[in-house]
Design a protein around this ligand. Structure first.
Ligand code: NDP
Length: 261
């Protein structure tokens, strides 16, 4: 009997350079490890340099290649400098997992304007800073190698209505809608654009929540469902990036099996 599994199936991202934002914890951290295991050289971005260095050490111990860049993605100049580092050190990114984000629910009448701003600054402006800095590299890589990927982390909050999550949900609706537009623009240049929309994933995201009602809702949800793990989302991103160049999963919703909406 012959095996039909080619070597490229085992490490389908060999030769690729993946930039992952929000890589110091949760979904970004797990995805960086998974993309490295699939053969990509990964460049990991977040603010906590110590956590990034630990991640790089783990990836390299497992035989992968990784570089840490401590960057606040809300700082456009710092993100541009990081992109220049990626260009000079690795020849440019061909896979961008644009993932850093924060969720701070609160009833709108509480006027938690500082929290509104933090979410807008990171989930929208930070996301755009990263897109602005790395899109030229993705386009150049796609022209040279036939494919590149821009994968943005959105949320089921982009589609569904969750009272008290209005600002967060609106930032994620931005991410999904933006992704669909960018796909139409960049697809013709062989840059695939995808939005990943997870339901509840157990990460540090919940640890930043201060609203008592939202905390109680999250806690109660644990009694009725098993939350997703960051690794579940990491595998999804790996799958999206490993598809043949002609195939673009434009929007992927991944839910805990028992989460209704
Ligand atoms: P985490 O809180 O575990 O991860 C957030 C990451 O973003 C951290 O690595 C953090 O690192 C980084 N980050 C925060 N602020 C900045 C900044 N200014 N500059 C650079 N990096 C920053 O949460 P998740 O892994 O859950 O979140 C990842 C994404 O997934 C987010 O976009 C979130 O909205 C989305 N999501 C999460 C869901 C969930 O249930 N967990 C569900 C749906 C979507 P550092 O603090 O070191 O900078």
């Amino acid at each position: 009997m012959t095996t039909r599994t080619p070597h490229t199936f085992v490490r389908p991202l060999s030769g690729r350079v993946a930039v992952v934002t929000g890589a110091s914890s949760g979904i970004g951290e797990a995805t960086a490890e998974h993309l490295a295991a699939l053969g990509a050289r990964v460049v990991v971005l977040a603010r906590r340099a110590d956590r990034l260095e630990e991640l790089v050490a783990r990836i390299e111990k497992d035989g992968g290649h990784a570089t840490a860049l401590a960057v606040d993605v809300t700082d456009a100049a710092a993100v541009r400098a990081a992109a220049e580092r990626v260009a000079s050190a690795c020849g440019g990114a061909d896979l961008l997992f644009n993932n850093a984000g924060v969720m701070l629910p609160a009833p709108v009448e509480e006027l938690a304007t500082e929290q509104w701003q933090r979410q807008i600054d990171l989930n929208i402006t930070g996301l755009m800073n990263v897109i602005g800095a790395f899109t030229p590299q993705l386009v150049a890589a796609a022209a040279e190698r036939g494919v590149a990927d821009l994968v943005n982390t959105s949320s089921i909050a982009a589609q569904n209505i969750f009272p008290n999550f209005a600002v967060y949900s609106a930032t994620k609706a931005y991410v999904t809608h933006l992704s669909r537009h960018l796909r139409a623009e960049l697809g013709a240049k062989n840059v695939r654009v995808s939005a990943i929309e997870p339901g509840i994933v157990g990460t540090e995201l919940q640890s930043h929540v201060t609203d008592e009602g939202a905390l109680a809702w999250l806690e109660d949800s644990k009694a009725t469902m098993e939350w997703l793990t960051p690794e579940d989302v990491a595998q999804t991103v790996g799958f999206v990036a490993s598809l043949p160049a002609r195939a673009n999963l434009q929007q992927v919703t991944i839910m805990p099996t028992a989460q209704a909406g």
